[in-house]
Design a protein around this ligand. Structure first.
Ligand code: HEC
Length: 137
């Protein structure tokens, strides 16, 4: 009995130590308020976030997270983006981060005229804000 308890405790400790989600979670926890400032200054001129929002220079971003790239009806994406979409590009944490850091690294000759965000914290923050604003909550 005692041995079983000790074993269980040891296994629990191991599970906690090994859980990749624990460290990753804090890394992914962007600051939404800071992210909103990034969006307002860097993205809002071209993108709306609300459901049914109009597309402008860039497509409306409602629901884009977890979805295939280039999926907004009626928006004229670049040929490069349409090609990437056909090739299976999906917007997730990794691809959005890469795209915001340097759009041309993900969609070379795409039409998003944006140099990219240098500061990794700004990327994490704006992703936290976008995730919240572009999905039902
Ligand atoms: C000067 C206008 C402009 C700015 C500024 C801009 N974008 Fe874009 N964005 C675009 C255009 C145009 C596209 C479509 C690109 C293409 O078709 O190659 C796009 C595409 C995207 C996509 C892919 C959407 C989809 O439906 O596949 C995401 C995500 C995105 N932008 C996020 C952002 C974020 C976040 C910012 C701010 C950090 C930003 N953009 C700044 C114009 C802009």
């Amino acid at each position: 009995m005692k041995i079983a308890l000790i074993t269980a405790a040891a296994l629990t400790a191991l599970a906690i130590a090994a859980a990749p989600g624990v460290a990753a979670a804090s890394e992914h926890d962007g600051d939404r308020a800071a992210g909103q400032r990034v969006y307002n200054t860097q993205c809002r001129a071209c993108h709306t976030l609300n459901q049914g929002g109009r597309s402008g220079v860039g497509p409306n971003l409602w629901g884009f997270f977890g979805r295939a790239a280039g999926a907004v009806d009626g928006f004229r994406y670049s040929a490069a983006m349409r090609e990437k979409a056909t090739g299976g590009l999906v917007w997730n944490d990794e691809t959005v981060r890469a795209y915001l850091a340097n759009p041309k690294s993900v969609v070379p000759s795409g039409s998003m005229s944006f140099v990219g965000l240098r500061n990794p914290k700004q990327i994490i923050d704006v992703i936290a804000y976008l995730r919240h604003e572009t999905a039902p909550h």
